[in-house]
Every structure is written in structure tokens, then in C-alpha cells.
Design a protein around this ligand. Structure first.
Ligand code: PLP
Length: 419
């Protein structure tokens, strides 16, 4: 579900024409529909009504401050993965006791900052990390709540770079090791073990892997209870899939219906960490066509956005629909085998491959759909390209929520050393 629709032949975000935004802010730019963000959050929240459940929005999917603020105001907590995300979370007014912190490689400085801020818990991924957090908590003179990230060894059929719940993976702790660590929790006097965490992957379109995971964790929690270890939280992680092209992902409602009976039996407070589900279909990238180049077997549509602006096609082979911002009537047959490519000096620099596309003219705009998640947050300055603006739309109005970077931004912090 998203709010990008054609009206009078022009693609709109909610009530605002994208051509109007392009004329005002230039291209390329990201454009987010706040109403979509709100709706996706609301759907998940409503689907879990009746279950004691905290939704912690996964900041790494889209850390635009305006978008984060909107979610925090609606009651969302945050799932963070770095000290930078902690900083941004506190900036938008998230209350620390709704923040959970995951990452295999938290530094001591990051642990200190998050613990001092009073976050709800760390999701811990190794024994040495437990020792590090215990040490920091000792220095701070406090008892720090933690959860262990358990690897349930469940296969979620998704891209191998974004599956995280199998044995071969760097994430999490095996069930056996985690069991021992829970039972030996007395070894960490400054930690309180309050939960078990899982996150089995991303862009998961069916409930089955989640159900398998919850079954395994359910048994695990029962074993722990028998050993005298009583937990308070079960964190299911994120990973709910969305529509990029022809996927038929479970709805929030179907997901909740599938997991509800299992969760109710566990009698633990539930945490969800959705990222893509909330932000993914809420944003698009608008780019201008520079050149149309017909080679022997291929046609290239060269645009002003590149892999530095949107990395997903290049690094994950991700599919994003490409739509002309101005719909045209009968302007001849669409070209086939069109690659939409950026200006970056890399053959891997493409936004789409082998697509059917009407003959585009220089100066016309294309919309790259469904890039609200892992779009801008993965952007870089590669090829010394300033990062592009993020525009936020609500109803009939739009705002530049993050301005386009300037050449000065490119050299900020750098010295020219004549040495
Ligand atoms: C990335 C991540 C998420 C969010 O994943 P989505 O697929 O965007 O929902 C949630 N939890 C953890 C621990 C993550 O690393």
C-alpha cells in the first residue's frame, strides 16, 4: 500500500505532483509520504491489539529525522544499531526506555552512551560483548538489562545477504550456547537478563519462518523456566516483506493472526523491530533522464541518479519498479531490454535492468519505486557526488526535510596537506 498515484497523467505523492517538487528542488531526490509511514505503523500496531507489544522501528531502514519523529509521536520505540542512531533517536525525542540496541560489534563508547541514556535493553550477540557491557555497567554503577540474540537456525527464503537466522551466519548465539549463558547469568553481577531476541532475515513474505522461530523460542523459554530462569520479553525482530514487484507478502493482520496463539502461550511481553515494512513503500526516488542511448542489443536510459544514491540494485540485485512521472498516451511502442543506469564509473551502476520502457526524452523524470527503506540510508558520496535531498509530503504540502549537499559538504572536515 502506498500513496504514489497518477492524477491527470502525472505521478503524485499524496496530493503533491512530483513534477512540481522536481521543479522546486531539482533532481534527483527522495520523496516520502508521511501518511504511508503512519498507515504502515498503524496497521502493525492494530494487528497486535490485545498483545502486550512494543513496536521498535528499525532506524537503519530510514533514519530521516522527520519520519522518525512522526513514528515516535505515534508511540513507536526504536531499534538502533549504532551510537549514531542513538544520537538521532534521542534528538527526535524518543524515550530511552523504548529503545533496543542490536549489533554484533558495539564499541565500548557506544555501550557507555546507550547505557547512560537508560535504554530498555541491549540485544547481545556474544559472550565477550556480555563482559564488555557488564564492565561498563559496573563503571556506571548500575544494573543493565540485556537480551540474548539467539540464532534459531531457521531458513527464511530471502536474499543470502539479508538472511541472518541460520547457523553459518555471523549474527546471534546458538541455542545451546545461549542456554548456558542464561543459566550462568550470575557471572555478570551488573547485568539483568530480561529477554530473548531473534531476527531471522529481511524481506520475508510468509509467516512460516516466523512461526517456526517462535515455536523454537517457546520451547527454549520453557526449558529456561525449568532451570529457574524467568524472562520478561521476547523480541521477534523485523524482516516483514513488502511488495517490490510481484511479491504477495503476508499482511500485518495475517502475520499477527499466525503468531498470536503462540505468543499468548508464551506469556512474555513482545517486541517487534519492523524497518522495511514501515518505510519501504513510503518512499521513492525521482531522477531526471539525461540521455537515451541505443546500442546493438540494448538500450540505455541514462539518468542523473546512480548507485551512490540507491545502492540496492547494485549490491543486492534488488528490483525496483520504474515509472515515468508523466504518463504518455500513444507515443509508440515501448522499448524492451532497457537498462536504467546512472553516471557512475562502474558497470555495476544500474537502477534497473532489461525493462520495458517508453522512449524517454532528455529532461523527463522517472520514479524509482519502493525505496523508502535502505535507500537514502545507504547513500554515499562516491564519485564526489553530493547526497541528494529528502522531501517529505503530507497531504497537499511538501517540505525539504534534508537539503541537498553542496560541494562544501563534500570537503568538510578535510585538510589540504602540502606535506
Ligand atoms: C535490520 C534489522 C531489522 C529491520 O529489518 P527489516 O527487514 O527492515 O524489517 C530489525 N532488527 C534487526 C536486529 C536488524 O538488524
Amino acid at each position: 500500500m502506498h500513496r504514489f498515484k497518477y492524477k491527470k497523467g502525472g505521478l503524485h505523492c499524496e496530493g503533491v505532483g512530483l513534477e512540481r517538487i522536481a521543479q522546486k528542488v531539482g533532481t534527483p531526490f527522495y520523496c516520502y509520504s508521511l501518511e504511508s509511514v503512519r498507515e504502515h505503523y498503524r496497521r502493525l500496531r492494530d494487528a497486535f491489539k490485545g498483545i502486550d507489544c512494543q513496536i521498535c522501528y528499525s532506524v537503519k531502514s530510514n533514519s530521516n529525522l522527520t519520519l522518525m519523529r512522526q513514528l515516535v509521536r505515534m508511540g513507536a520505540g526504536l531499534d538502533i544499531v549504532s551510537g549514531g542512531e542513538l544520537y538521532k533517536g534521542l534528538k527526535v525525542g524518543a524515550s530511552p526506555e523504548t529503545i533496543v540496541y542490536s549489533s554484533v560489534g558495539k564499541t565500548e563508547a557506544e555501550i557507555r552512551a546507550a547505557s547512560s541514556a537508560g535504554i530498555l535493553m541491549f540485544n547481545v550477540e556474544s559472550e565477550e560483548e556480555l563482559e564488555a557491557i557488564n564492565r561498563v555497567a559496573c563503571h556506571l554503577g548500575k544494573v543493565q538489562p540485556v537480551a540474548l540474540r539467539v540464532n534459531p537456525d531457521v531458513k527464511a527464503s530471502t536474499h543470502h545477504y539479508i538472511t541472518t537466522g541460520t547457523k553459518e551466519n555471523k549474527f546471534g548465539i546458538s541455542m545451546d550456547d545461549a542456554f548456558r549463558m542464561f543459566v550462568e547469568s550470575y557471572r555478570y553481577p551488573f547485568l539483568k537478563f530480561i529477554g530473548v531476541h531473534t531476527h531471522i532475515g529481511s524481506q520475508i513474505t510468509e509467516a512460516r519462518p516466523f512461526v517456526q522461530t517462535i515455536r523454537k523460542i517457546s520451547e527454549f523459554v520453557t526449558r529456561l523456566r525449568r532451570a529457574g530462569m524467568f524472562l520478561e520479553y521476547f523480541n521477534i525482530g523485523g524482516g516483514l516483506g513488502i511488495v517490490y514487484s510481484k511479491e504477495k507478502p503476508q499482511t500485518a493482520h495475517a502475520f499477527a493472526a499466525a503468531v498470536r496463539p503462540l505468543l499468548q502461550k508464551m506469556k512474555l511481553k513482545v517486541i517487534l523491530e519492523p524497518g522495511r515494512f514501515i518505510s519501504g513503500n513510503s518512499g521513492i526516488l525521482v531522477t531526471e533522464v539525461l540521455y537515451w542511448k541505443e546500442a546493438r542489443h540494448k538500450t540505455f536510459c541514462i539518468v542523473d541518479a546512480g548507485m551512490n544514491d540507491l545502492a540496492r540494485p547494485s549490491i543486492y540485485g534488488a528490483h525496483h519498479e520504474i515509472l515515468p512521472v508523466r504518463q504518455r498516451g500513444s507515443s509508440g511502442p515501448a522499448a524492451t531490454h532497457v537498462d536504467v543506469v546512472g553516471p557512475i564509473c562502474e558497470s555495476g551502476d544500474f537502477l534497473a535492468k532489461d525493462r520495458k520502457l517508453v522512449r524517454m526524452r532528455s529532461g523527463e523524470f522517472l520514479a524509482v519505486m519502493s525505496c523508502g527503506a535502505y535507500g537514502f540510508t545507504m547513500a554515499s558520496n562516491y564519485n564526489s557526488r553530493p547526497r541528494i535531498p529528502e522531501v517529505v509530503v503530507r497531504g497537499q504540502r511538501f517540505w525539504v526535510a534534508r537539503r541537498r549537499e553542496t560541494p562544501e559538504d563534500l570537503i568538510r572536515g578535510e585538510e589540504i596537506l602540502d606535506v
